[in-house]
Design a protein around this ligand. Structure first.
Ligand code: SAJ
Length: 414
């Protein structure tokens, strides 16, 4: 393969577009493919349809330099990277992964892929998907003994995607040794971190294990927070002090776990082997239950306040995004809380500094929302919320914005 192979990125979403723009910036000729015509037109105009620091400039520069363009079907290239979503269907309380987009993306490459080319799947997939794709492409007549196919999970965190695309270590697992070696050489061309090689099945499992690990650890923090509430102890103080132990590092409680990764990927393990993945499943349930618990707490406080005010309490919800300092609402527990409160009949004054507008809520300036509210519910620890005044308000802080951190050196006694 050439030094800077041409690349076709299938799927221009949260991962695909930054990947395409970054590869164009380091000198690859990149074509992005998306089924959504609006996305194709937007990218070809040098603009972006998602918010990610640095992305707008990189896309604009790639298009201007002629290294990046978008189209609605794959074009002949040396490398094809599949970055389409893996949605899920619900069945008996379980989320079952749906790899139909990955399969369709692989089939769409068939008409242009040639011997010696490399196809990489980066979408999160249940174990065995890369082998399934090999069998399907082979069944459709592709010479899979001469086409390289590998799985290389994306590991980037929204908010720092462009940095992490190059700095993170990568795991590459081919369907055979030649595929692994070809994919390894490709990633080594632009990754500053290490590139580790393994089988496709192992690489698929590594991705699911990483996100399940984080989910289980957040569940522990969320369980501690509810326990502390029952015991009338400050959970933030407990966690901060426990974390002063050299081998303890508890994560932060919150109103639940959102985003399209950590709240979803653990189910890809559970769906494969429910009997054996009990801890992973319970963690999912604990994190989902935390959102309902927050809703109930706010409702109870609002009802108590209403009886003393003699009118319904107004509730300000600070933050709708799934985590701090992003505009992303996918699977957002904060949005879930605000929606449940509004659906339950409460007047919700919503504030989300990262969004101009929201279809359900008339977004307010944060300080205005606080001033007009009786109860203030802090749901996301956005940096913009530092410095707001909550004087005279009942504040329910579910993400530790106002917590006194025992982590600060000034409070340590040894
Ligand atoms: N959260 C907490 N407490 C914490 C940390 C996070 O409640 O201490 C919540 C967040 O508020 C959010 C959710 O968890 O609602 C997930 O946020 P996150 O920052 O942990 O992760 P994501 O979903 O933005 O990105 C994760 C990352 N995975 C890991 O850290 C193992 C990222 O590296 C993956 O690339 C990404 O999933 C993905 O695409 O799979």
């Amino acid at each position: 393969m050439r030094d800077r192979p041409s690349v076709c990125v299938v799927g221009l979403g949260y991962i695909g577009l930054p990947t395409a723009a970054m590869l164009a910036a380091v000198g690859h000729q990149v074509t992005g493919v998306d089924v959504n015509e609006l996305v194709v037109t937007t990218v070809n105009a040098g603009r972006v349809h998602i918010v990610e620091p640095g992305l707008a400039d990189l896309v604009q520069e790639g298009v201007r330099a002629g290294n990046l363009s978008a189209t609605s079907a794959p074009v002949p290239s040396d490398v094809f990277i599949i970055c389409v979503p893996t949605p899920f269907t619900e069945d008996a309380g379980m989320k079952i992964p749906d790899v139909s987009y990955v399969r369709a993306a692989a089939q769409s490459v068939l008409s242009v892929v040639k011997p010696g080319n490399l196809i990489v799947i980066e979408s999160t997939c249940p174990v065995g998907t890369t082998e399934l794709i090999r069998d399907e492409l082979s069944g459709a007549g592709a010479p899979m003994d001469r086409i390289h196919l590998a799985y290389c999970p994306e590991r980037v965190i929204p908010g720092r995607i462009l940095d992490e695309l190059r700095s993170n270590d990568r795991i590459v697992g081919g369907i055979d040794a030649a595929s692994t070696a070809t994919a390894e050489a490709f990633y080594r061309g632009f990754v500053a971190g290490s590139v580790f090689t393994t089988t496709s099945r192992t690489a698929e499992m590594v991705k699911l294990v990483e996100n399940s690990y984080r989910d289980v650890n957040i569940a522990f923090a969320n369980e501690i927070s509810v326990l502390c509430d029952h015991l009338e102890i400050d959970a933030w103080e407990v966690i901060g002090l426990a974390n002063r132990h050299p081998r303890v590092d508890i994560l932060q409680p919150g109103p639940g776990v959102g985003g399209h990764c950590i709240a979803v990927d653990p189910w890809f393990i559970v769906a494969k082997d429910p009997e054996t993945s009990r801890l992973i499943r319970v963690a999912r349930e604990v994190n989902d239950a935390k959102t309902s618990w927050v809703v109930e707490q706010v409702r109870t406080s609002a009802a108590q306040l209403a009886s003393s005010l003699g009118r319904p309490a107004r509730v300000a919800c600070l933050g709708l995004a799934y985590k701090p300092d992003v505009d992303d609402l996918r699977e957002s527990p904060a949005l879930g809380v605000a929606t449940a409160l509004a659906e339950g009949g409460l007047e919700v004054l919503a504030c989300e500094p990262h969004l101009e507008a929201h279809p359900r809520f008339a977004l307010r300036d944060c300080q205005d929302a606080i001033d007009a509210a009786d109860v203030v519910v802090i749901l996301v620890r956005h940096s913009q919320f530092a410095g707001l005044s909550f004087e005279g308000k009942l504040v329910l802080d579910y993400c530790g914005l106002l917590a006194h951190s025992p982590m600060a050196p000034a409070t340590a006694t040894s």
